[in-house]
Design a binder for this molecule. Structure first.
Ligand code: NAG
Length: 801
């Protein structure tokens, strides 16, 4: 949850009560950062929010047509400018989000097994990995499960090593050296701000016993980078050391996922993972060559083109995606989403039971697992009870075993004594200039440099674009996955508020929160904990790891920073979506729910008021029915009583037009920084007596921005132009949607901040126009370039120092 977001949207009285010192420090960091103010010196410039001005006048490149353009009406000018983006893919490359450069040329002999004997160094390119795996999975399906029956899904099995899936090539710097010259744990410890909680979190190569090597599944210490990281050191360190540690952990001690799931527009493909093995050490590459007609006699030295998109399309053509059986679609959500009947409602009514997960549920599950294990034990150790059928009926999958162990483990702790489950990459920039980014937003294992940390070869504008790319893609892939698998979730906190304004993520928010009913959370964890999800390959090469806290069975307040129950982690960067469950607990609910609770108590019914472990409360009515909508071109759900929920959390969030130095511009449906707008108001009064911008006055001006001024804005600033181009259709659709959900005093021309109250559920649900509207929502083209394209290909090509 973004504490910084609260500042603007909460009344000062509540600010005083609610904000901890930490949050304030956070805000200072953020605002200092946004203002381009360096705490340590003057080297930082204000380039970022001032953006790149367009080279010359945007209009000049239409040479002959200049006059014609100048005579156009503002709306025609806007169309004309937008058309230029559509037509000039080279200049406006950021506006074209289709995947490009997905072919990889290799020299085959470099990747043959014999070449990699005794070679600890790492090769990484997602195009290589994905081509090889997609081919392998397709061929296994064709042989073992050509009709893709659910009962045979576990027969598709592949080996796995994190080094093929995450870029660990930084470790090559050490792996090429003789063992005794490699970095050791001391190198890491030297920059720690405090000793690691567990001093044995790191082992030097000379201390690696056979047992340790067995645990890491490495052939010898030669394959360890010099320092092997068992677990998070939990303290703060430099950006660089945090990267060494996370990457070493993935190479050495990190457990493999249990399964990998490939997303597609038609459904998913799943393979189980067994055994740690790099591609170059096994047979997968040879299988790939065979399947692609490689003949060593003929091709020998020739370059070979690997094409993961081609492999993916071939998989789609030859094997049907995994079936989603109606009994697995517990809440009928998948069926509902896929139903295109325009008269049917897409609202999702949640049973109260979905939120009722308490100690008796835990006890019951433990009892049932114990019983199963007893039967299995007897059936395999007692010849009088040998019985194949009862073994078969009681077998646990690896997922269930893990879930059961987690359940037993969680049950042995009281909430006050839990161990913290998720660990972040905590950073300590010392006197470096970028100390605003304290690193709390990255999962430590997958940390690949702080987003806002100036990397070499990057400018700030580029880093910000990268951040948008990431968050958009994580959101997109979570809901692609959840919508295919029938997992119930909806957006909450900052993202819900930003959805309200323009159906996009805030440009200044750093994380994404989603919520689930508590029962659903356990079902999700049992099915998908430790699963790797791969993006639809035709859209990008994103990979996301699902990790569920052992303690998600507890529904009361979290005392040990376990208020996040699960994460959907982008393994290229360590960014993630926070997933929290809502359930019944014994925590005291706010007064406004008093009557509701008393009423249900008097009937002996379960409390219809639910909380997360960070003690945000919601009533059943506030949440259900979930409303199908779209954010950033992604179909997803929001809770029922949007206004009530947002007003509780951000008392003025739905009407105040500014946050820090950002202003909401109704004319383009975007949040834009003051520094990009003030040229429109030269000579106007908006300063206070200290000469600072008075946000109230400035926002009144912003509300009056006309079409002529929009033209000026788009001509002047390429970043705004691009954002407008990418989001315009979606934000306009969102505005239309708001007319079904809220009272609009001035019809469709109502400013967002002046919208009236939310309509009653009866009014919304009985409107056939609303159902027709929601029946047409579907995934749009991604708004951003894929991170792989952006980082590896476009950015280096278009970089301006
Ligand atoms: C998820 O998997 C991890 C790693 O095996 C395990 O520690 C954790 O308990 C699991 N979570 C749940 C809810 O089972």
């Amino acid at each position: 949850m973004t504490t910084s977001l609260m500042k603007r949207f909460v009344t000062p009285r509540i600010v005083r009560v609610a904000l901890t010192v930490l949050a304030i420090v956070n805000i200072l960091y953020l605002s200092a950062y946004l203002l381009g103010v360096s705490r340590s010196g003057t080297r930082r410039t204000k380039i970022m929010w001032y953006g790149r001005k367009m080279a010359g006048n945007a209009v000049s490149d239409t040479s002959g047509q200049v006059e014609a353009y100048e005579n156009m009406k503002p709306s025609e000018k806007i169309n004309e400018i937008l058309n230029r983006i559509t037509n000039d893919k080279e200049k406006y490359w950021l506006g074209h989000t289709e995947l490009t450069d997905y072919e990889l040329r290799i020299r085959v002999k470099d990747f043959l097994k014999q070449n990699w004997e005794n070679k600890p160094t790492i090769f990484y390119d997602p195009r290589f990995t994905l081509s090889v795996y997609l081919n392998e999975i397709k061929n296994q399906y064709l042989v073992k499960n050509p009709k893709n029956e659910k009962s045979k899904i576990h027969e598709i099995v592949v080996p796995f090593a994190w080094s093929d899936w995450v870029d660990l090539t930084m470790l090559n710097e050490e792996l090429v050296k003789p063992e005794n010259e490699r970095k050791t744990c001391d190198y890491m410890k030297a920059v720690h701000h405090a000793p690691a909680r567990d001093p044995n979190y790191c082992l030097n190569n000379e201390d690696l016993t056979q047992d340790e090597l067995d645990e890491m599944q490495l052939p010898s210490s030669f394959y360890a980078p010099g320092f092997s990281i068992k677990k998070s050191p939990t303290n703060k360190a430099s950006n660089e050391v945090r990267m060494w540690e996370g990457k070493s952990h993935l190479l050495t001690y990190a457990a493999n996922p249990l399964a990998v799931i490939f997303l597609s527009k038609e459904g998913v493909y799943e393979a189980k993972i067994d055994g740690k093995q790099r591609i170059v050490d096994g047979d997968l590459f040879e299988h790939y060559l065979q399947a692609n007609g490689y003949d060593s006699a003929k091709h020998g030295e020739v370059q070979f083109v690997m094409n993961p998109v081609k492999e993916f399309k071939s998989l789609l053509a030859k094997v049907k995606p995994n079936p989603m059986l109606p009994e697995d679609d517990l809440y009928g959500m998948v069926a509902k989403i896929k139903d295109k009947n325009p008269t049917k409602s897409k609202e999702l009514y949640l049973p109260q039971q979905a939120f009722d997960y308490q100690q008796p549920n835990i006890d019951e599950q433990l009892k049932s697992y114990d019983k199963k294990l007893k039967i299995l034990w007897d059936a395999s150790t007692n010849e009088l009870k040998h019985d194949q059928d009862s073994i078969k009926n009681n077998l646990l999958s690896r997922n269930e075993k893990m879930y059961f162990e987690g359940l037993r483990y969680a049950d042995s702790f009281s909430p006050r004594k839990e161990e913290t489950y998720f660990r972040m990459a905590r950073l300590n920039f010392g006197n470096e200039e970028n100390d605003h980014d304290a690193g709390w937003h990255y999962e430590w294992r997958f940390f690949n440099g702080a987003l806002r940390y100036m990397k070499q070869g990057w400018n700030e504008e580029e880093l910000l674009i990268r951040e948008k790319v990431l968050l958009d893609r994580i959101l997109r892939n979570w809901f692609r996955f959840a919508n295919e698998k029938g997992i119930i979730s909806w957006i909450a906190h900052g993202p819900l508020l930003s959805w309200y304004w323009d159906g996009l993520l805030f440009p200044f928010d750093e994380d994404i929160d989603i919520q689930m009913p508590a029962q659903e959370l356990t079902r999700f964890a049992k099915l998908y904990n430790q699963t790797l999800i791969v993006e639809d390959i035709t859209e990008g090469f994103g990979k996301y790891f699902i990790d569920c806290s052992s303690f998600l069975h507890h529904r009361g307040k979290s005392w040990k920073e376990n208020h996040i129950d699960a994460r959907f982690i982008d393994i290229d960067t360590g960014s993630y979506i926070d997933i929290t469950g809502l359930g019944i607990s014994e925590e005291q609910a706010p007064d406004k729910y008093k009557d509701l609770i008393e009423e249900s108590n008097s009937r002996g019914a379960p409390r219809p008021v639910y909380n997360c472990r960070n003690l945000h409360f919601y009533s059943h009515e506030e949440l259900s029915p979930l409303r199908f909508t779209m954010m950033g071109g992604v179909p997803l759900y929001v809770p029922n009583k949007i206004e009530e929920i947002l007003n509780d959390e951000y008392s003025k969030g739905m009407s105040v037009y500014y946050y820090e130095d950002f202003y909401f511009v109704d004319a383009v449906n975007l949040w834009i920084h003051e520094s990009k707008l003030d040229f429109l108001f030269v000579g106007q009064e908006y300063k206070d007596s200290f000469g600072d911008t008075d946000p109230e006055k400035f926002s009144e001006l912003v509300k009056t921005i006309s079409e002529e001024q929009v033209v000026l804005l788009l001509e002047r600033d390429e970043d705004i132009l691009m954002e407008y181009y990418l989001t315009k259709d979606m934000t306009e659709l969102h505005r239309k949607e708001l007319t079904y959900l809220f009272d609009m005093p001035k019809g469709e021309n109502t400013l967002i901040g002046e919208i009236g109250h939310q309509k009653t559920q009866q009014e919304i649900s009985s409107n056939p126009e609303y159902h027709k509207f929601t029946s047409e929502l579907k995934f749009q083209k991604p708004f951003r370039r894929s991170i792989f394209n952006y980082e590896k290909i476009d950015k280096p090509k278009h970089h301006v120092a």
